[in-house]
Design a protein around this ligand. Sequence first.
Ligand code: ADP
Length: 425
Amino acid sequence: GTKTPSSDSKEYRLKPEEELRLEVAEGKSDSVKLELAQGMAEIFGTELVCGNSYSFGPGSKLAVFTWHGCTLSIKGTPEMAYVARDTPMIIYLNTHAGVETLRKRAEKAEKRGPVVMLAGPVDVGKSTVTRILLNYATRMGRSPLYVDLDVGQSGFGIPGTIGASLVEQPASPDGEFANKAPLLYHYGSSNMGANPKFFKELCRVMADAVQKRLDASKKVKYSGALINTAGWVKDEGYSCLLFAVTTFNVDLIIVLDQERLYNELVRDVPPSVHVVYQPKSAGVVERSKRTRFASRMSRLRNYFYGNFESTYFPHTFDVKFSDLRIFKIGAPVVPKSCLPIGMTNEDAEMKLVQVAPSKELLNHMLSLSHATVDDEKTISTNIRGFIYVTNVDVERQTVTILSPQPRPLPDGVLLWSDVRFIDAN
Ligand code: ADP
């Protein structure tokens, strides 16, 4: 039942294994404050501290789950708030227990721990289940690697990239892991279909890096890795998924919600890979194209400006056209008859093409590569950060950029992204 202790806060009493689902409206709405008044509760595996107040900004969608019962108090006006009895949390907890058994076995045999992949169509809770499993792992003292292959809604905040990071502590209640230095690779589009061949190449590079990271410490090695994937599971998207399964030597695939994908994977993956089917939570909120776009923009905004917990002050400065070395990956596909002898379109997809500065750079994100020269290794070199073009002055031959670091721009190749940041600040 609910009661109202004061005019602006509302209390919810949850019985064991229930969750309070909350949605905060998008746009300029006020944030909602949540407090655990009594008992124990968690948000997607992150435990709440009794008496602390947690804020959730516009667009937040979450569930506060309790294993043993609790009392929650909400301040502000959520767009939606209801208590659900039916959740798949016990299934996810059992999955965690199963993965933990594999880690113990790995530890005994001094072998690599489990590499677990989440797969399924969009909006089934893949990112959420990845987060739950990562959080539960850290609560057992494990340090798994978190790999995000979703270029559209990357867990690392920057659309158009794939990333990996060591997770040693549970995420904050709003879902951020403390990734001080995630390993990021530039893909250059939030649409995975833009260049599947290049995507596969990046998977290969990332898989190598992950293997090295697993080999570098026993703790990480036994903990293994959790890989989140994009929701494009048809046609070329499916082919990319299969490629990732073999490249990362995945041991266990958890398929959420789609039996068809489950059956396809059972048919197509090597017999050593274990595939399980699990239901999605009814609480997972479907996101419209607009919502997805808004969530990409807010992630970019957080990259430059931070959020209400920690505010950053990015730098704005001009750079001469002549000081910019911008490249894009993939030459346009042309009819075979037009290609130079011996060259195929396949080569074109991985080609580094110089981009001359022009008005067209306006609002585009650029990745700053660790590569300082443009050669065949550039496309598979990780990136150190991002800038964004706020103005192009063709007459003065300069661009104005927004950068987390003060001038000068570090020496390095810039990689063009089709992701544009529409800054509402
Ligand atoms: P996917 O990765 O499959 O696209 P997500 O894990 O990102 O899906 O989930 C979509 C949205 O639904 C997210 O905003 C997430 O916070 C929300 N969500 C997931 N599970 C629940 C739940 N049980 N109750 C309320 N919201 C949820």
